[in-house]
Write a protein that binds this ligand. Structure first.
Ligand SMILES: Cc1cc2nc3c(=O)[nH]c(=O)nc-3n(C[C@H](O)[C@H](O)[C@H](O)COP(=O)(O)OP(=O)(O)OC[C@H]3O[C@@H](n4cnc5c(N)ncnc54)[C@H](O)[C@@H]3O)c2cc1C
Length: 176
């Protein structure tokens, strides 16, 4: 389902599922921010918090005013056919049909850069870099998805381009 009908990013996939019956699986500030973004792409929108919503009264009112449905039921499973989501089934037996679901899925770094290399991480778990893509460990640079929540090919390429130039500069300085 991931990348077909369960998607992580409105900028990457939003146009593919525009105006479809859409859900957001999230809670708290992130859920509210996502609701604003995705409301641009469909007016048939439900926020699934999978338990009690952690939202302020003001945020709840805004959702309501924009006809975004809030569903706090606990999810049992998500049904799909060939990757295309069909419905969410809840622990209380209810079901909601869906065509697309935005989900902020937790991630892990493939290499544990903090343990293996001593790289400092950000609060969100990304490798911490400065504006030259340098980590806190001399000689170690990082770029792309492992340093930012703004995950896109364009971003990864731009950062990689810059990191490569900086590595080259350091090596040239060293050998001169
Ligand atoms: C489903 C999905 C859809 C997306 N759609 C879009 C889109 O439409 N447009 C867009 O701009 N972006 C999209 N993205 C995001 C985009 O794919 C990433 O932002 C981009 O690929 C990041 O590039 P990267 O080089 O940082 O990481 P990656 O592309 O993940 O490359 C990392 C590479 O390192 C390798 N690797 C990992 N661990 C090790 C190891 N220990 N040793 C050696 N090699 C290792 C991996 O196999 C991989 O080849 C999408 C992402 C997903 C998951």
């Amino acid at each position: 389902m991931l990348g077909i009908s369960v998607i992580h990013c409105p900028y990457c996939h939003g146009y593919e599922v525009k105006n479809e019956i859409t859900g957001i699986l999230s809670n708290g500030e992130m859920a509210y921010e996502f609701s604003k973004l995705i409301f641009n792409l469909t007016k048939n929108l439900t926020l699934f918090t999978n338990g009690k919503a952690v939202l302020s009264d003001g945020q709840l009112e805004k959702l309501k005013n924009n006809n975004i449905i809030l569903n706090e039921d606990e999810i049992k499973e998500v049904k799909h056919e060939n990757g295309f989501i069909q419905k969410i089934i809840f622990k209380n037996g209810k079901e909601v049909p869906l065509q697309a679901l935005y989900a902020k899925i937790p991630f892990e770094q493939n290499i544990n850069a903090s343990e293996s290399l001593g790289c400092e991480l950000t609060e969100q778990g990304f490798i911490k870099v400065d504006f030259m893509q340098k980590t806190n460990v001399p000689g170690v640079f990082a770029c792309g998805d492992n340093v930012t929540m703004m995950r896109s090919v364009a971003n990864a390429v731009a950062q990689g381009n810059f990191a490569g130039a900086m590595v080259n500069k350091e090596l040239s300085d060293e050998e001169f």
